[in-house]
Design a protein around this ligand. Structure first.
Ligand code: TXA
Ligand code: MG
Length: 322
């Protein structure tokens, strides 16, 4: 299969929408990471996503729509979910809500669950594609399953060139980390995946505490995608490194580089110590260091507050045994 490269002019984006509506799988940029889209109402198209990514089919997908009203048509939003939707959409946040009985997102995209994960992305290119598609678009991150998510078009091609119908060649994703995921089922709001909209951001809006998922049960149907080993480069990752060992590459942050770091094998996520910049650079940095085939990637210690919670979550998954 030859993967068509599409530009980002209005005509090309309309073409991307037409391809999606016709059952093709198309990668496109969003402000979080690049997604691999398919018509969420068409199980044959969705099955092609799972095949291209090599994704276990029990792991459900996020349905992307262009407006908050289109999102409200898919699921039952309680008061908290509505408040989060109206405050943070369009934006880098996904809400898991009970699916409406007439929810058109197919069983395969929802992995047979009676809930549905929904996101309204803010990226104008993603918006234009969703408008043109005219239906919910299921889109996981556009990487081989378990691998580092793609924050640039080149990352997508490195993983999936020749395995997908088309890719919209946009610029690097602004946020660089997958969306925050909040489950809004029953009375509790549960943070399933930290991201750019932080726990504190959500708590300010709903006026009460956000719960964390039960870490002991990976099989919890509330969070099927919380596989411990995930977002992983090939090289093993070592966290909270205060010194770099021979042969290791170094993922640095802030002004100081740890002793033993080889400048040729060091990637600094943010020399000025900005967590926003670090998030945006994280996946490009991991992919770059991995491409040097080091014996391991040592990651320096950094703050776990705010956006640091999401960055640390991804690094912990990248570091866990496979
Ligand atoms: O930023 C993002 O969220 C990107 C862009 C493309 O939108 N998408 C993304 O999708 O990261 P993916 O498939 O890589 O991660 C979606 C996560 C998975 O961990 C999945 O298990 C979880 O969302 N999920 C999807 N539907 C769910 C549901 N009904 N209940 C609980 N978790 C769900
Ligand atoms: Mg993913």
């Amino acid at each position: 299969m030859i993967t068509t490269r599409l530009a980002t002019d209005a005509q090309s984006l309309a073409e991307a929408g037409r391809l999606l509506a016709a059952g093709c799988i198309v990668a496109f940029p969003t402000e979080t990471v690049y997604g691999l889209g398919a018509d969420a109402t068409d199980p044959k198209a969705v099955a092609r996503i799972y095949a291209a990514k090599g994704r276990p089919s029990f792991n459900p997908l996020i349905a992307h729509v262009d407006t908050v009203d289109a999102a409200f048509a898919l699921g039952d939003f309680n008061a908290d979910a509505r408040a989060l939707a109206k405050t943070f959409w369009p934006g880098p946040i996904t809400l898991v809500v009970p699916a409406r009985p007439d929810c058109p997102v197919c069983d395969l995209a929802r992995a047979g669950l009676d809930t549905v994960a929904i996101r309204v992305p803010a990226d104008p290119i993603a918006q234009a594609i969703l408008r043109a598609a005219g239906r919910p678009v299921a889109a996981p991150s556009a990487n081989v399953s378990g691998h580092v998510s793609p924050s640039e078009a080149q990352h997508v091609l490195a993983d999936l060139d020749g395995r997908i119908d088309a890719i919209v060649m946009g610029s690097a994703s602004e946020v660089g980390l997958e969306s925050s995921i909040f489950a809004c089922i029953g009375d509790e709001i549960v943070l399933l995946r930290p991201g750019a909209v932080t726990r504190a951001d959500a708590e300010r809006v709903i006026g009460h505490a956000v719960a964390l998922p039960d870490q002991t049960s990976e099989a919890n149907p509330l969070s099927p995608g919380r596989l411990t080993s995930h977002y992983a480069p090939r090289a093993p990752i070592r966290l909270n490194a205060s010194a770099i060992r021979p042969g290791e590459a170094c993922l640095a942050f802030g002004q100081e580089t740890p002793p033993g770091a080889d400048p040729e094998r060091t990637f600094n996520l943010s020399p000025s110590g900005s967590l926003v910049e670090a998030a945006a650079n994280l996946y490009a940095g991991l992919r770059y260091l991995d491409s040097l085939s080091p014996v391991g990637i040592a990651v320096v210690k950094f703050s776990k507050n705010g956006l640091g919670e999401a960055i640390f979550d991804r690094l912990q998954r990248a570091a866990s045994p496979r």
